[in-house]
Design a protein around this ligand. Structure first.
Ligand SMILES: C[S@@+](CC[C@H](N)C(=O)[O-])C[C@H]1O[C@@H](n2cnc3c(N)ncnc32)[C@H](O)[C@@H]1O
Length: 313
Protein backbone atom coordinates (compact mmCIF):
# COMPACT_ATOMS: atom_id res chain seq x y z
CA UNK A 1 0.00 0.00 0.00
CA UNK A 2 1.30 3.43 -0.88
CA UNK A 3 2.10 5.59 2.11
CA UNK A 4 0.20 8.86 2.25
CA UNK A 5 2.56 11.85 2.41
CA UNK A 6 1.81 14.66 4.80
CA UNK A 7 2.63 18.24 3.78
CA UNK A 8 5.04 18.49 6.72
CA UNK A 9 6.91 15.35 5.79
CA UNK A 10 7.44 16.87 2.33
CA UNK A 11 9.12 19.84 3.94
CA UNK A 12 11.29 17.75 6.23
CA UNK A 13 12.46 15.68 3.30
CA UNK A 14 13.12 18.82 1.25
CA UNK A 15 15.22 20.16 4.04
CA UNK A 16 17.10 16.92 4.59
CA UNK A 17 17.84 16.53 0.91
CA UNK A 18 18.84 20.19 0.67
CA UNK A 19 16.36 20.43 -2.13
CA UNK A 20 15.96 24.17 -2.37
CA UNK A 21 14.31 24.44 -5.75
CA UNK A 22 10.77 25.54 -5.00
CA UNK A 23 9.38 28.67 -6.59
CA UNK A 24 6.93 30.99 -4.92
CA UNK A 25 3.60 31.65 -6.62
CA UNK A 26 2.77 35.19 -7.68
CA UNK A 27 -0.57 35.03 -5.86
CA UNK A 28 1.15 34.26 -2.53
CA UNK A 29 3.58 37.14 -3.02
CA UNK A 30 0.73 39.54 -3.86
CA UNK A 31 -1.25 38.47 -0.78
CA UNK A 32 1.62 39.17 1.59
CA UNK A 33 3.14 42.26 -0.03
CA UNK A 34 -0.22 44.04 0.13
CA UNK A 35 0.45 44.56 3.85
CA UNK A 36 3.72 46.48 3.40
CA UNK A 37 3.04 49.19 0.78
CA UNK A 38 4.14 52.05 3.02
CA UNK A 39 7.50 50.33 3.59
CA UNK A 40 8.39 50.22 -0.11
CA UNK A 41 8.13 53.89 -1.03
CA UNK A 42 11.43 55.20 -2.42
CA UNK A 43 13.23 52.00 -1.39
CA UNK A 44 15.78 49.72 -3.05
CA UNK A 45 14.38 46.17 -3.09
CA UNK A 46 16.79 43.25 -3.36
CA UNK A 47 15.73 39.70 -4.22
CA UNK A 48 18.98 37.83 -3.59
CA UNK A 49 17.94 34.20 -4.19
CA UNK A 50 16.05 34.78 -7.37
CA UNK A 51 16.61 33.78 -10.92
CA UNK A 52 15.05 36.94 -12.40
CA UNK A 53 13.76 35.00 -15.39
CA UNK A 54 11.80 32.63 -13.11
CA UNK A 55 11.21 34.59 -9.94
CA UNK A 56 7.75 35.89 -9.22
CA UNK A 57 9.32 38.19 -6.63
CA UNK A 58 11.20 40.00 -9.36
CA UNK A 59 8.10 39.98 -11.53
CA UNK A 60 5.88 41.35 -8.74
CA UNK A 61 8.18 44.27 -7.94
CA UNK A 62 8.91 45.08 -11.60
CA UNK A 63 5.22 45.12 -12.47
CA UNK A 64 4.34 47.21 -9.41
CA UNK A 65 7.41 49.44 -9.57
CA UNK A 66 5.47 52.69 -9.98
CA UNK A 67 2.50 51.71 -7.81
CA UNK A 68 4.84 50.99 -4.90
CA UNK A 69 7.00 54.04 -5.61
CA UNK A 70 10.21 51.97 -5.71
CA UNK A 71 13.61 53.54 -6.18
CA UNK A 72 15.32 50.45 -7.57
CA UNK A 73 14.81 46.70 -7.90
CA UNK A 74 17.73 44.27 -8.00
CA UNK A 75 17.63 40.52 -8.42
CA UNK A 76 20.65 38.20 -8.44
CA UNK A 77 20.59 34.79 -10.03
CA UNK A 78 22.40 31.90 -8.31
CA UNK A 79 24.26 29.71 -10.78
CA UNK A 80 26.31 27.44 -8.54
CA UNK A 81 29.99 27.36 -9.49
CA UNK A 82 29.44 29.36 -12.69
CA UNK A 83 29.42 33.00 -13.60
CA UNK A 84 26.03 34.56 -13.11
CA UNK A 85 24.24 37.89 -13.54
CA UNK A 86 21.92 40.40 -11.95
CA UNK A 87 18.92 42.26 -13.33
CA UNK A 88 18.07 45.78 -12.25
CA UNK A 89 15.03 47.95 -12.82
CA UNK A 90 15.35 51.63 -12.08
CA UNK A 91 13.84 53.80 -14.78
CA UNK A 92 11.83 53.79 -17.97
CA UNK A 93 14.76 53.03 -20.26
CA UNK A 94 12.67 52.17 -23.31
CA UNK A 95 10.62 55.35 -22.94
CA UNK A 96 7.26 53.59 -23.26
CA UNK A 97 5.78 55.54 -20.37
CA UNK A 98 5.82 52.68 -17.84
CA UNK A 99 8.50 51.04 -15.74
CA UNK A 100 8.23 47.27 -15.89
CA UNK A 101 10.05 44.05 -16.85
CA UNK A 102 10.98 45.55 -20.23
CA UNK A 103 13.16 48.09 -18.43
CA UNK A 104 15.36 45.48 -16.75
CA UNK A 105 19.10 45.90 -17.27
CA UNK A 106 21.26 42.77 -17.22
CA UNK A 107 24.80 42.93 -15.81
CA UNK A 108 27.24 40.04 -15.43
CA UNK A 109 28.44 39.15 -11.96
CA UNK A 110 32.04 38.12 -11.29
CA UNK A 111 30.97 34.98 -9.42
CA UNK A 112 27.98 32.67 -9.12
CA UNK A 113 25.50 34.93 -7.32
CA UNK A 114 25.80 33.23 -3.94
CA UNK A 115 24.08 35.55 -1.45
CA UNK A 116 27.23 35.26 0.72
CA UNK A 117 29.63 36.38 -2.03
CA UNK A 118 31.41 39.72 -1.72
CA UNK A 119 29.63 41.23 -4.69
CA UNK A 120 26.18 40.16 -3.46
CA UNK A 121 27.02 41.57 -0.04
CA UNK A 122 27.92 44.87 -1.71
CA UNK A 123 24.46 44.90 -3.33
CA UNK A 124 22.94 43.96 0.03
CA UNK A 125 24.56 47.01 1.61
CA UNK A 126 22.87 49.20 -1.01
CA UNK A 127 19.45 47.59 -0.47
CA UNK A 128 16.74 48.84 1.89
CA UNK A 129 14.41 45.84 1.91
CA UNK A 130 15.29 42.22 1.07
CA UNK A 131 12.37 40.14 -0.15
CA UNK A 132 12.65 36.52 -1.21
CA UNK A 133 12.17 32.86 -0.47
CA UNK A 134 15.73 31.79 0.45
CA UNK A 135 17.02 28.19 0.35
CA UNK A 136 15.56 26.29 3.30
CA UNK A 137 18.85 24.51 3.88
CA UNK A 138 20.71 27.81 4.46
CA UNK A 139 18.00 29.59 6.44
CA UNK A 140 20.06 30.17 9.61
CA UNK A 141 23.01 31.56 7.67
CA UNK A 142 20.74 33.62 5.47
CA UNK A 143 19.01 35.27 8.43
CA UNK A 144 22.30 35.86 10.27
CA UNK A 145 23.54 37.81 7.25
CA UNK A 146 20.41 39.99 7.13
CA UNK A 147 20.90 40.87 10.79
CA UNK A 148 24.62 41.44 10.38
CA UNK A 149 23.91 44.07 7.73
CA UNK A 150 20.89 45.43 9.66
CA UNK A 151 18.49 44.99 6.77
CA UNK A 152 14.71 45.17 6.63
CA UNK A 153 13.30 41.96 5.19
CA UNK A 154 10.25 39.93 4.26
CA UNK A 155 11.28 36.32 3.63
CA UNK A 156 9.67 32.92 3.46
CA UNK A 157 10.72 30.14 5.80
CA UNK A 158 9.54 27.06 7.60
CA UNK A 159 7.58 27.51 10.81
CA UNK A 160 9.97 24.94 12.30
CA UNK A 161 12.62 27.67 12.28
CA UNK A 162 10.80 29.46 15.14
CA UNK A 163 12.38 27.08 17.63
CA UNK A 164 15.91 27.27 16.15
CA UNK A 165 18.33 28.53 18.75
CA UNK A 166 19.48 31.19 16.26
CA UNK A 167 15.93 32.38 15.47
CA UNK A 168 13.93 32.13 18.71
CA UNK A 169 15.98 34.76 20.61
CA UNK A 170 15.31 37.23 17.78
CA UNK A 171 11.56 36.62 18.11
CA UNK A 172 11.79 36.94 21.87
CA UNK A 173 13.66 40.24 21.58
CA UNK A 174 11.11 41.58 19.09
CA UNK A 175 13.59 41.83 16.24
CA UNK A 176 11.73 39.37 14.04
CA UNK A 177 8.08 38.29 13.75
CA UNK A 178 5.74 36.37 11.52
CA UNK A 179 4.05 37.95 8.51
CA UNK A 180 0.39 37.77 7.61
CA UNK A 181 -0.26 34.90 5.25
CA UNK A 182 0.67 31.25 4.71
CA UNK A 183 1.90 30.10 1.31
CA UNK A 184 0.64 26.55 0.97
CA UNK A 185 1.88 25.56 -2.46
CA UNK A 186 5.11 26.04 -4.41
CA UNK A 187 6.10 25.35 -8.00
CA UNK A 188 8.78 22.75 -8.68
CA UNK A 189 11.31 23.05 -11.53
CA UNK A 190 9.22 20.66 -13.66
CA UNK A 191 6.22 22.99 -13.33
CA UNK A 192 4.22 20.79 -10.96
CA UNK A 193 2.94 22.10 -7.66
CA UNK A 194 4.02 20.82 -4.27
CA UNK A 195 2.09 21.42 -1.06
CA UNK A 196 3.70 22.39 2.23
CA UNK A 197 1.94 22.57 5.58
CA UNK A 198 4.01 24.89 7.70
CA UNK A 199 5.46 27.72 5.68
CA UNK A 200 5.23 31.30 6.84
CA UNK A 201 6.70 34.74 6.22
CA UNK A 202 9.29 36.28 8.52
CA UNK A 203 9.74 40.03 8.68
CA UNK A 204 11.06 42.88 10.79
CA UNK A 205 8.79 45.47 9.18
CA UNK A 206 5.88 46.75 11.17
CA UNK A 207 2.50 45.26 10.25
CA UNK A 208 -0.98 45.91 11.64
CA UNK A 209 -1.43 42.30 12.80
CA UNK A 210 1.33 42.76 15.34
CA UNK A 211 -0.78 45.34 17.16
CA UNK A 212 -3.93 43.22 17.37
CA UNK A 213 -4.73 41.60 20.71
CA UNK A 214 -5.61 37.93 20.92
CA UNK A 215 -9.25 37.92 22.05
CA UNK A 216 -9.36 36.07 25.37
CA UNK A 217 -12.53 34.75 26.94
CA UNK A 218 -11.57 32.11 29.55
CA UNK A 219 -10.70 32.71 33.18
CA UNK A 220 -8.20 30.80 35.29
CA UNK A 221 -10.23 31.39 38.40
CA UNK A 222 -12.88 28.68 38.57
CA UNK A 223 -11.20 26.66 35.76
CA UNK A 224 -7.92 25.76 37.49
CA UNK A 225 -8.27 22.10 36.52
CA UNK A 226 -8.00 23.09 32.82
CA UNK A 227 -4.60 24.68 33.46
CA UNK A 228 -2.38 22.08 35.15
CA UNK A 229 1.01 23.03 36.55
CA UNK A 230 4.02 21.36 34.92
CA UNK A 231 5.97 18.82 36.97
CA UNK A 232 9.27 20.47 36.05
CA UNK A 233 8.47 24.14 35.38
CA UNK A 234 6.88 26.75 37.62
CA UNK A 235 4.27 27.59 35.00
CA UNK A 236 0.83 26.48 33.90
CA UNK A 237 0.08 24.59 30.72
CA UNK A 238 -2.17 26.19 28.09
CA UNK A 239 -3.28 23.63 25.53
CA UNK A 240 -4.63 26.08 22.96
CA UNK A 241 -3.71 29.71 22.32
CA UNK A 242 -7.36 30.78 22.45
CA UNK A 243 -7.60 29.34 25.97
CA UNK A 244 -4.99 31.69 27.48
CA UNK A 245 -6.80 32.91 30.62
CA UNK A 246 -7.63 36.57 31.10
CA UNK A 247 -6.77 36.63 34.76
CA UNK A 248 -3.51 34.72 35.24
CA UNK A 249 -0.46 36.83 36.02
CA UNK A 250 2.20 34.12 36.23
CA UNK A 251 4.16 32.30 33.54
CA UNK A 252 2.21 30.23 31.02
CA UNK A 253 3.43 27.59 28.55
CA UNK A 254 1.67 27.99 25.19
CA UNK A 255 1.90 26.14 21.86
CA UNK A 256 4.41 27.55 19.37
CA UNK A 257 1.49 28.69 17.16
CA UNK A 258 1.19 31.55 19.67
CA UNK A 259 4.03 33.31 17.83
CA UNK A 260 1.75 33.85 14.84
CA UNK A 261 -0.70 35.81 17.03
CA UNK A 262 1.83 37.52 19.28
CA UNK A 263 1.28 41.19 20.10
CA UNK A 264 4.21 42.45 22.20
CA UNK A 265 1.96 45.03 23.89
CA UNK A 266 -0.29 42.24 25.18
CA UNK A 267 2.26 39.60 26.20
CA UNK A 268 5.93 39.27 26.98
CA UNK A 269 7.82 36.20 25.75
CA UNK A 270 10.02 34.96 28.57
CA UNK A 271 11.55 31.90 26.90
CA UNK A 272 11.01 28.45 25.52
CA UNK A 273 11.79 24.84 26.49
CA UNK A 274 15.22 25.30 24.96
CA UNK A 275 16.02 28.18 27.35
CA UNK A 276 15.01 26.14 30.39
CA UNK A 277 17.05 23.16 29.18
CA UNK A 278 20.12 25.40 28.80
CA UNK A 279 19.69 26.91 32.24
CA UNK A 280 18.77 30.32 30.84
CA UNK A 281 15.56 30.45 32.86
CA UNK A 282 16.47 29.13 36.30
CA UNK A 283 13.52 31.00 37.80
CA UNK A 284 11.01 28.70 36.14
CA UNK A 285 12.74 25.40 36.91
CA UNK A 286 11.14 23.26 39.59
CA UNK A 287 14.26 22.44 41.62
CA UNK A 288 12.63 19.34 43.14
CA UNK A 289 12.22 17.76 39.71
CA UNK A 290 14.68 14.92 39.07
CA UNK A 291 13.96 14.38 35.37
CA UNK A 292 14.68 16.21 32.12
CA UNK A 293 14.06 19.88 31.40
CA UNK A 294 13.93 19.39 27.61
CA UNK A 295 10.14 19.82 27.53
CA UNK A 296 7.31 20.38 29.92
CA UNK A 297 6.03 17.28 31.74
CA UNK A 298 2.62 16.87 33.36
CA UNK A 299 2.11 13.84 35.58
CA UNK A 300 5.24 12.40 33.96
CA UNK A 301 3.89 12.85 30.41
CA UNK A 302 6.04 14.84 27.97
CA UNK A 303 4.24 17.79 26.38
CA UNK A 304 4.79 19.35 22.93
CA UNK A 305 7.28 22.23 22.58
CA UNK A 306 6.16 25.34 24.44
CA UNK A 307 6.85 29.06 24.46
CA UNK A 308 6.64 30.73 27.88
CA UNK A 309 4.76 33.97 28.12
CA UNK A 310 3.36 36.35 30.73
CA UNK A 311 0.80 39.07 30.50
CA UNK A 312 2.09 42.61 30.22
CA UNK A 313 0.96 44.50 33.25
C1 LIG B 1 13.22 27.97 -2.25
S1 LIG B 1 13.97 28.50 -3.75
C2 LIG B 1 13.09 29.95 -4.06
C3 LIG B 1 13.41 30.61 -5.34
C4 LIG B 1 12.77 31.99 -5.50
N1 LIG B 1 13.28 32.89 -4.47
C5 LIG B 1 11.29 31.89 -5.39
O1 LIG B 1 10.76 32.13 -4.33
O2 LIG B 1 10.65 31.54 -6.37
C6 LIG B 1 15.53 29.04 -3.16
C7 LIG B 1 16.45 29.49 -4.26
O3 LIG B 1 17.70 29.86 -3.68
C8 LIG B 1 18.74 29.51 -4.58
N2 LIG B 1 19.96 29.35 -3.81
C9 LIG B 1 20.46 28.22 -3.25
N3 LIG B 1 21.62 28.47 -2.65
C10 LIG B 1 21.87 29.79 -2.84
C11 LIG B 1 22.93 30.66 -2.47
N4 LIG B 1 23.94 30.19 -1.77
N5 LIG B 1 22.85 31.96 -2.82
C12 LIG B 1 21.80 32.44 -3.53
N6 LIG B 1 20.77 31.66 -3.91
C13 LIG B 1 20.80 30.36 -3.57
C14 LIG B 1 18.28 28.24 -5.22
O4 LIG B 1 18.83 28.11 -6.50
C15 LIG B 1 16.76 28.42 -5.26
O5 LIG B 1 16.33 28.84 -6.52
Amino acid sequence: MQKKESANSNLNRASAAKNDEFYTRLTDIEKEMGHYKKHFNNKVIFCNCDDPKESNFFKYFALNFKFLGLKKLISTHYNKGNKSYKLEVMEDINNDGVINLDDAVKTDLISDGDFRSDECIEILKEADVVVTNPPFSLFREYMAQLFEYKKSFIVIGSENSISYKEIFPLIKENQLWLGNTRPKEFIQPDGTAKKFGNICWYTNLDIAKRHEDIILYKTYSGNEKDYPKYDNYKAIEIRKVKEIPLDYNGIMGVPITFIDKYNPMQFNIVGCDYDVKCGLMPEIENKLWQGKLDRGYINGKRIYARVFIEKRR
